[in-house]
Structures are given as C-alpha cells and as structure tokens.
Design a protein around this ligand. Structure first.
Ligand SMILES: CC(C)(COP(=O)(O)OP(=O)(O)OC[C@H]1O[C@@H](n2cnc3c(N)ncnc32)[C@H](O)[C@@H]1OP(=O)(O)O)[C@@H](O)C(=O)NCCC(=O)NCCS
Length: 176
C-alpha cells in the first residue's frame, strides 16, 4: 500500500506541507509559541523547491506515499558540522501525524540508508531536539548519542542531541 521513491521537483509543495504540519504538532509543546512560527509554509516551499530543482548527487530525498498522497519524507547528505567522525547526516524526517507509528519511518530510514551506502557513505548522524520523544525512534535502531549543542530556533535557544550510527551496514542489519 505504501511505496518509497526518490523525490522530484513536483513534490516540493507536498513535502513543504508535511514539513510544516508535522513540525507544528511535534514542537507545539516543546518550543515557545513565537519560535514555532520560525518555520512557515512559504519558507519551506522555497527551501524544498531549491533543494529539489537542482538535486546534488551527494544528497538524497525520498518520499513515502500511498495511492492518494505523499505522507512523509526523509532527506540528507554530507554531515554538516565536520566536527564528528561521521560522513553522512539525516537532515529531516517527517511523517504526517496520522501516519506515525505505523512502521513508515522505518521504511524511509531503510531506503535512505541503503541509498547513502550506495553513494559511498559509511556512517550517519542526526540532530534532534533533546526533548523530542521521537529520539526513541533513533534509539530503537541502536543510534548512540554522540553530542549536544544549544541551537537557536526563532528567538529561543534549545538543546539538541546528535545521534549517530557509525556503521551503515550495522544499521541496515538492525532494520527489519
Ligand atoms: C520520528 C518518525 C519519523 C518515526 O517514524 P514512525 O513511522 O513513527 O516510526 P516507526 O513506526 O517506524 O517506529 C519504529 C520504532 O520506533 C519507535 N518509535 C517511533 N517513534 C517513537 C516515539 N515518538 N516514541 C517512542 N517510540 C517511538 C516505535 O515504537 C517502533 O518501535 P517498535 O518496533 O519496538 O514498536 C515519526 O514518528 C515522525 O515523523 N515524528 C514527528 C517528526 C519528528 O520528530 N521527526 C524527527 C525530527 S529530527
């Protein structure tokens, strides 16, 4: 019923929609109200149009969809800080609320990790707001907390945790 495929430019509006609605419901209880408006449909659409118009070979974006619509996405590429001993990074993974906890995040993570391995990455890092309960998802697949950082969202400062898989092959073995 659900299929995963590479995202194309035409998916930018659907991805932006999911990004904003899932971000809002995930972070409503975790961020100050004024900081929640840091992410808007307009700025996400502009971002996704840019990312998907000229796709870079070292970056990957996948969507998961049913017959009706796209319900989630994952994106990533080179690890951005260069301060960790990890070469790849998940930049974003979001599912619409009503499609969470059905195993779809796992399917996205699997296809993404296979894709990252195929283009030569050996490890994957991902940042998540320390208070976000979705960190359990990464822990479920044996990601290790490897760093913490205070980052700015809007006008607020929030603690984030980096989780890492130092071996993509091992991650793939742990995925169903
Ligand atoms: C994080 C996310 C992508 C995970 O995808 P998902 O489809 O919901 O997760 P799955 O159903 O594949 O879950 C796999 C395992 O992780 C666990 N898990 C997933 N999310 C969890 C959560 N919030 N709390 C506790 N456990 C969680 C599941 O219980 C499951 O474990 P099990 O196999 O022992 O039952 C999804 O929940 C989501 O979009 N969350 C909101 C957005 C977000 O916070 N994204 C991360 C920002 S960095």
């Amino acid at each position: 019923m659900f299929k995963v495929r590479k995202a194309s430019y035409e998916d930018a509006t659907a991805i932006a929609d999911i990004h904003v609605s899932s971000w809002k419901s995930t972070y409503t209880d975790l961020l100050d109200e004024k900081d929640l408006s840091n992410i808007t449909y307009e700025n996400r659409r502009a971002l996704w149009e840019t990312v998907l118009r000229m796709q870079k070979k070292e970056q990957l974006t996948f969507v998961i969809h049913n017959e009706e619509k796209i319900v989630g996405f994952i994106s990533g590429g080179p690890e951005r800080t260069k301060r960790f001993n990890y070469d790849g990074e998940i930049y974003t993974i979001y599912l619409l609320d009503e499609f969470q906890k059905l195993g779809l995040g796992t399917r996205l993570l699997k296809v993404f990790s296979e894709g990252m391995k195929e283009i030569g990455y050996q490890s994957i890092l991902v940042w998540i707001l320390t208070q976000n309960p979705s960190s359990r998802f990464y822990e479920r697949y044996q990601a290790q907390p490897v760093g913490e950082e205070v980052s700015t969202i809007g006008e607020g400062t929030y603690q984030e945790t980096a989780y890492g898989w130092d071996n993509i092959d091992q991650l793939l073995k742990n995925l169903p």
